[in-house]
Design a binder for this molecule. Structure first.
Ligand code: GLU
Length: 277
């Protein structure tokens, strides 16, 4: 068994992160497997070395140890670009110049139906008919979208928390739409890099919060397309604040470091996320 914790160094780790990290760590240790740490820093406008340092510090304090060297996604951009290039050559991608406002306007047309998927508004396909016939000035601000109509595998089932989840191409069209695979600020996308890295690191079990459960169908579709194995998924409940709101990165109030400064022990953190110390 190989599990991983894959935080983005864009803010302090909070109780929700502690929950993911502890579950993934304990699961690997109980099975005599490996627990890996991967820093997901493709968004270089938000990633900060200081947050990365704090991640190591918080995990060590929690008593978690990881195996092998830490992978950093910003070191792996070439491998993401190679796959994007390949998908482009194979005709799976198209250039999209729509802004959020364009998408919103297109979706408010009565026949479109405004739906929200894992990445926000489900793209209505506005740029698809013109494919890649663009003025070069337009390309500068464009993103690359995956054309779901080029997928042929209709079985994208996977295991989540031990249950088989069946996903078909029609489900993807309805619930996700043509998702972004490359963007101008980061070059790649969360979906592509996470799928490539989980496969390259041999991850057998992905443990993460239920907020990412909807994105899993995208990941499984990419795994089928790229001929990569699909790990088992374990999406855990989200840790919420007193008002039932899920914790956000900027939510310093629930930062592990803050509890630590206030005298909490690692066992207290385990108790706070509902685990036995
Ligand atoms: N990097 C993501 C985050 O910090 C987690 C990705 C994953 O576990 O798949 O929210």
């Amino acid at each position: 068994m190989i599990t991983r914790f894959a935080p983005s160094p864009t803010g302090p780790l909070h109780l929700g992160h502690a929950y993911s990290a502890i579950l993934a760590h304990d699961m690997a240790r109980a099975a005599g497997g490996q627990f890996l740490l991967r820093i997901e820093d493709i968004d270089q406008t938000r990633a900060r070395p200081a947050w990365e340092t704090q991640i190591y510090d918080d995990l060590r304090w929690l008593g978690l140890t990881w195996d092998g060297p830490v992978w950093r996604q910003s070191d792996r951009m070439d491998s993401y670009y190679r796959v994007i290039d390949d998908l482009w050559q194979r005709g799976h991608l198209y250039i999209c110049t729509c802004t959020r406002r364009h998408i919103q306007a297109a979706l408010s047309a009565p026949q479109e139906g405004a739906n929200v998927g894992p990445d926000g508004l489900i793209y209505p396909g506005t740029c698809k008919p013109r494919r890649n016939h663009l003025a070069s000035a337009e390309i500068r601000d464009a993103v690359l979208r995956f054309d779901l109509d080029t997928l042929t595998d209709d079985d994208m089932s996977f295991k989540n928390n031990g249950l088989r989840i069946d996903v078909t191409l029609d489900d993807l069209r309805r619930d996700v739409g043509d998702f972004v695979i490359g963007r101008k600020d980061s070059g790649t996308s969360y979906h592509l890099s996470v799928v490539l890295d989980d496969a390259a690191q041999g991850v057998t079990d992905v443990v993460r919060g239920a907020d990412l459960a909807d994105a899993t169908q995208i990941h499984v579709a990419l795994q089928r397309l790229l001929g990569l194995p699909t790990p088992r998924y374990h999406h855990h409940d989200l840790i919420r604040d007193e008002n039932g709101k899920r914790l956000a990165k900027r939510d310093d109030a629930k930062a592990i470091a803050k509890f630590r400064d206030e005298g909490a022990t690692p066992a207290d953190i385990r108790r706070m996320v509902g685990l036995c110390p």
